[in-house]
Design a protein around this ligand. Sequence first.
Ligand SMILES: Nc1nc2c(ncn2[C@@H]2O[C@H](COP(=O)(O)OP(=O)(O)OP(=O)(O)O)[C@@H](O)[C@H]2O)c(=O)[nH]1
Ligand SMILES: [Mg+2]
Length: 204
Amino acid sequence: MDEPVIAKMKICLLGDGAVGKTSLIRRFVDDVFTDDYLLTIGTKTSKKKLIIKMKNPEREFHLSLMIWDIMGQISFRKLLHPTYLKGAKGAILVCDLTRKETLDNLDDWIDSLYVERKVMPTVFVANKSDLENKHAFGTAELESVASVYDSPFFLTSAKTGVNVEKAFQALGEKLVEEMFVAGSISPSSKPKLSESAIASNYQY
Ligand SMILES: Nc1nc2c(ncn2[C@@H]2O[C@H](COP(=O)(O)OP(=O)(O)OP(=O)(O)O)[C@@H](O)[C@H]2O)c(=O)[nH]1
Ligand SMILES: [Mg+2]
């Protein structure tokens, strides 16, 4: 198998206040959860390595993700977006299964995303699946939004951890696909790409 391809990239989580963006990142990065709601003030970044294994051609990708967490309060949306989204290569759109309006509002978040770039790999997540008797919508509604953007979708719980890793993996796979489509990596070549060389291609 060819050497792993190493790339650094910025991704971000978008969605209304209290949908669970910070909790999903904490579950993914540190595998922890708390019931406390500490609303994010401004932005916060975390790092995590993600390994994506491609089958055909067989190839491993080591993605160093710089994950940007933003406060979801609507009043801050326009103020923060220009810097928050700059250089982002992909996004996870997060809504809350117990509040239907958080799904409807994803359109607005996507609009802000597309100001930065016309198309970007995205994954849709409806969080808090553990609150089973409080669901205000289901898979079908989430799918109908995600399909408009040709994106994978997951019902997740930052509390139990269900599907959290899968959602980030799915975004990682889309990012890798995009690297091929962009032509920066050819499947047949044996790249001698140093981390810094890749980083200059994929700046965050
Ligand atoms: N039951 C349950 N509660 C959750 C889940 N994810 C988050 N929460 C709770 O929901 C509240 C908000 O979670 P946060 O992760 O802070 O939400 P956020 O999207 O980062 O909010 P902002 O920073 O204000 O944009 C907290 O009390 C969390 O404990 C989940 O999967 N299940
Ligand atoms: Mg937060």
